[in-house]
Design a protein around this ligand. Structure first.
Ligand SMILES: [Zn+2]
Ligand SMILES: [Zn+2]
Length: 192
């Protein structure tokens, strides 16, 4: 008995009408996954809708910056007077060491939450129509965690203030012996 020959039958593709295949620019604009319909969640405590999407962000804190997509994942939960958004936000941050000026990219992830009701809160977040936009609070939370004074390593030795060489990789030793240096003068006094 030889092995049975099996066939993979390809299901015919469902035919779609032209209008379904080509979304109009208006419907493309409305398809932002971080704008969540909450009309059926408000007042229904515990009803949950998952949220996931990304949007381009431009954040700068000192020399640290995010220029690119900010990914937001989480859920929106109904409360008695609105909805509670619980989210995580992640993105790649470009950092520059404040001591030695080395640059690198680092993936950062933060989590947070935001309550939306009909009345705007102190940050201006509110239910708009029947939707909430989770991106704003997620971006705010992310910005709070971007390091203002990043270090390439905790004990970064920085740059030599005299010759500018990177003391992590290229320690210099010549300046201490300068006759102008107050330390050299002190050393001379101690030696004599
Ligand atoms: Zn450094
Ligand atoms: Zn030096």
């Amino acid at each position: 008995m030889g092995p049975a020959t099996s066939y993979i039958r390809l299901a015919p593709r469902p035919q779609r009408s032209q209008s379904e295949r080509m979304p109009s620019p208006e419907s493309l604009r409305e398809r932002d996954d971080l704008v969540v319909e909450v009309g059926d969640l408000v007042g229904h405590a515990g009803r949950i809708r998952d949220v996931s999407g990304s949007r381009q962000a431009s954040l700068r804190l000192g020399e640290s910056k995010l220029e690119g997509p900010l990914q937001v994942d989480g859920r929106v939960v109904g409360t008695l007077d609105g909805v509670q958004a619980e989210f995580s936000a992640s993105g790649s941050v470009h950092l520059s060491c404040v001591r030695c000026l080395a640059e690198w990219d680092e993936q950062l992830e933060v989590s947070g939450s935001q309550h939306f009701s009909i009345d705007p809160d102190e940050d201006g977040y509110a239910i708009e129509g029947t939707t909430v936009d989770v991106f704003g609070p997620a971006q705010d939370e992310f910005a709070l965690d971007i390091p203002v004074a990043p270090l390439c390593q905790d004990d970064c030795r920085g740059l030599c203030p005299i010759c500018g060489s990177d003391l992590n990789s290229d320690p210099c030793d010549g300046h201490g012996e300068d006759s102008d240096s107050p330390f050299a003068v002190l050393k001379d006094l101690l030696d004599s």
